[in-house]
Design a binder for this molecule. Sequence first.
Ligand code: AMP
Length: 147
Amino acid sequence: MSQNNQPSRYDDSNIFAKMLNGDIPYHKVYEDDKTLAFMDIMPQAKGHVLVIPKQKAVDLADLQPEYAAAVLATSQKVMAAQRQVFDREGVIQMQLNGAQAGQTVFHYHIHLLPSSIHELGRHAVTQADSDELATIAKQLAEAIDNQ
Ligand code: AMP
């Protein structure tokens, strides 16, 4: 994983760092040399995906421009797949900076939620069924493969 200019701010034991190190399982949607996209384990909407950079960035303040471009490019792929798989236009892009904003995992991530601001579920509360997440991840991954 790429270093940033403030490595002391970044805690290597955060859950997304463990995913990038291959230490814990997740439902992968897409991966390239700079990013990883996977299913949110406590989705606020069906098909809730997280996109992370392979850079040690706590939040937006740390994100290097090349990784910012990469996470947006991956987010575009994921959103196109969500629109196709769920047959809906509406997708929320959300990203929290700092505990005060509600951030709970301190590795930069973009939330992509097939939902509406008027219907959004509660943040990181209810764990989803793993088989259902695996099925959705496969559908989204196939849609990205076919783009
Ligand atoms: P935030 O509060 O913006 O930092 O969002 C962190 C997100 O990570 C929440 O939506 C959680 O549901 C999600 N999350 C936490 N642990 C995991 C995990 N092991 N796998 C996938 N998503 C996770």
